[in-house]
Design a binder for this molecule. Structure first.
Ligand code: PRX
Length: 651
């Protein structure tokens, strides 16, 4: 057992120098959910059959006729099959011994907490689904959900799936304008929100934001408002209704609608390389198969586990690995409303101790923040219940990996670094903890049945290049809502019939994948996708701005931070006040997650002869490689000289 030989008091620097590999311990292998070495070869022989076997673990009202219909770039999985997601997440558990098991353990930021058993959740979802149905919500309608991290959020999602409506969940940190844009695009007529939510000791005014968003969205006829903070809000008569009133006289049972495997399950908006967010389309049978199987095997889910994914349900990680994967597997899933530093920087570890969390899934940016805060915070708590750790959202640097393994995991918990995207629906590159020898910083190998490869520009397999997926997988996106051309252009045009991820990657001598980050104009800020063009459009929307170019620059904690090069209109002074105003303007247009760290006023932006902004050059400047002083670039000569140097370099 190689891990056991590493004592927990060995300094981290020494571990890093050793370039160690971490094979699973014998004890872990013995009881692992998936410990069959042949599984990769089995899946490779017939990946469709492999996924069919996984799909059979779900409850189907009607079996499928054909497992896969692949007409690139469109895949249909489990064609002709009928199932319901909420039935799989609830009904089949309440019919058995899991009925009184905790489904959801919820902790509010102020310290309040609720535990909902499968039976509790089943009742709540039935009632809310019945109320939606009575209100006229129909199969195929799109319901927008803009809520804090409270149990009613998954309740609303599951209720939608129960009646066959699709949800579009919008992260609570998005601005009213961003909410409006997404409501418009999805053509939602019903919005579910709350008066507010708690965050870092304060509140987020979700209802107020919704009101502002709806000023430009007359198509929305109903707003359901959950009371969470109790702050006064305006209720528009005829449109707004409190959650409690909405469900008051609704029936206790609402039958789960048999859905076609390929029926729309949800839309989730994410940033791409243009200014407009894309509504990623996920459907029912394939998605649920993918999230359920990956959740069980990768997190080595056992009946006595208490599983906690720290993401927000507003992102795909929360959809797949707080709600659907865990509940379909009948697991106990923990959900926390607030930030990790409230009331103190030990909050996460208090939660682990309080609920005896055994599996914890978080993001590298959080791990790096915990490293910066210091070991004293986790050391205050008993973390001995933990047995498996996970990471997602961005490349994890080996130092953070080893810190996580040693300080949080006490040197005994495997760390699974899981690569995937909103578009992929579920994890695709990952260790299986009972089989895979871990290497800090590598997401290791494709999940069985997944065909990932690294290709060069010409499409030949390479040691370093672009990450692609060569075969369809069940949870893959089925398109971009209302924009089929963009779907083809974005993902299927670089190589014939091969999915292009937008990520760069390397492979080592063992075939392991090492993710290198995005190769397109998408930034990854604290694990969140933000498009450079979205921020640029927000900036040029300001009256003082003539032109803007945005890049992601390296950042110790966030992975990338946003730097914006701005050319102001003539007669405008690039003052520190304007800098602050522009940062605030971007936050107002998109949300605080897109607020630039740096605004650099520049009299000219370096462009190629064809007018393309030289982002690599700007990155050099922002990261301090080309210029000492990065606060202002007023002298066009500086840009010009950098530009010619750059062009020479490129030639
Ligand atoms: O660049 C990759 C990075 O996050 C992108 C997907 O972002 P999003 O759709 O918001 O989904 C995030 C959660 C699944 C990817 O294109 N990414 C995600 N996980 C990893 C990662 N990069 C490296 N290693 C990972 N484990």
């Amino acid at each position: 057992m190689a891990q056991a030989k590493v004592k927990a008091d060995v300094p981290i620097e020494a571990l890093l120098k050793e370039k160690r590999k971490f094979p699973p311990s014998k004890a872990f292998v013995k009881s692992a959910v998936m410990n069959r070495k042949t599984i990769y070869a089995e899946a490779q022989r017939n990946y469709v059959k492999f996924w069919e076997q996984r799909a059979r673990e779900l409850h189907w009202f009607k079996p499928w006729k054909k497992a896969l219909e692949w007409r690139p770039p469109y895949a249909k999985w489990f064609v002709g099959g009928k199932l319901n997601v909420s039935y799989n997440c609830l009904d089949r558990h309440v019919e058995g011994p899991r009925k009184t098991r905790a489904a959801l353990i919820w902790e509010g930021e102020p310290g309040d907490s609720r535990v909902l058993t499968y039976w509790d959740l089943y009742r709540e979802v039935n009632r809310f689904a019945a109320a939606l149905k009575r209100h006229g919500v129909r199969k195929g309608d799109r319901v927008t959900i803009y809520m804090p991290m409270v149990p009613e959020l998954p309740i609303a999602m599951l209720a939608c799936t129960r009646i066959g409506a699709a949800h579009s969940v919008i992260f609570g940190g998005f601005s009213p304008e961003a909410v409006r844009e997404r409501i418009h695009d999805a053509e939602s007529t019903l919005v579910i929100t709350a008066d507010g939510g708690y965050r870092r000791g304060g509140t987020v005014p979700l209802k107020k934001n919704t009101d502002e968003a709806l000023r430009g969205a007359p198509g929305v006829k109903t707003v359901i408002v959950l009371k969470r903070t109790g702050e006064p809000v305006e209720m528009q008569s005829g449109r707004d209704i409190w959650w409690d009133d909405f469900v008051k006289d609704a029936g206790a049972r609402c039958p789960a609608e048999p859905m076609d495997s390929e029926d729309l399950l949800y839309l989730l908006y994410t940033s791409g390389s243009t200014g407009k967010p894309k509504g990623i389309i996920h459907t029912t049978g394939g998605y649920l198969t993918g999230v359920t199987a990956t959740h069980k095997w990768i997190f080595d889910l056992h009946d006595d586990d208490v599983y906690w994914c720290t993401a927000d349900i507003g992102w795909v990680t929360g959809h797949s690995y707080i709600v659907y994967g865990p509940l379909a597997n009948g697991a106990t899933t923990v959900m926390y409303e607030g930030t990790p530093d409230y009331p103190d920087k030990d909050r996460f570890w208090r939660i682990v101790e309080k609920y005896g969390v055994t599996i914890c899934y978080t993001a590298p940016t959080a791990i790096r923040t915990f490293m910066k805060w210091g070991e004293e915070y986790p050391k205050r708590c008993d973390l001995s219940s933990l047995r498996l750790l996970g990471s997602v959202g961005e490349p994890i640097n080996p130092e953070a990996w080893v810190w996580y393994w040693k300080v949080i995991g006490g040197g005994r918990c495997p760390v699974v670094d899981t690569w995937w995207q909103t578009e992929t629906g579920h994890i695709l590159i990952t260790p299986l903890p009972g089989l895979t020898t871990l290497k800090p910083g590598s997401a290791t190998l494709p999940f069985p049945g997944v065909d990932a490869e690294v290709l060069d520009e010409k499409g030949n397999p390479a040691k370093s290049g672009y990450l692609v997926l060569r075969k369809p997988w069940p949870g893959m996106l089925r398109g971009i809502w209302g924009d089929p051309d963009r779907f083809v252009k974005q993902y299927w045009s670089k190589y014939d019939n091969i999915y292009f991820t937008g990520d760069g990657a390397k492979r080592d001598e063992d075939g392991y994948f090492w993710l290198l980050g995005r190769v397109d104009d998408v930034m990854n800020v604290s694990g969140h996708r933000v498009s450079t063009m979205e921020v640029e459009s927000a900036l040029v929307d300001h009256k003082s701005v003539a032109e803007a170019a945005v890049i992601g620059k390296m950042h110790d904690i966030k992975g990338q931070a946003i730097a914006a090069f701005v050319t102001v209109k003539s007669g405008v002074d690039g003052s520190p006040q304007l800098m602050d105003e522009l940062k605030g303007h971007v936050a107002k247009k998109i949300g605080a997650l897109a607020r630039p760290d740096d605004i650099i006023f520049s009299a000219e932006l370096p462009k190629t002869r064809s007018g393309k902004i030289m982002r690599r050059l700007l990155r050099d400047i922002a990261e301090g490689r080309a210029l000492g002083d990065t606060t202002t670039l007023a002298d066009p000569a500086v840009v010009a000289s950098l530009k010619s140097k750059y062009e020479e370099q490129e030639a």
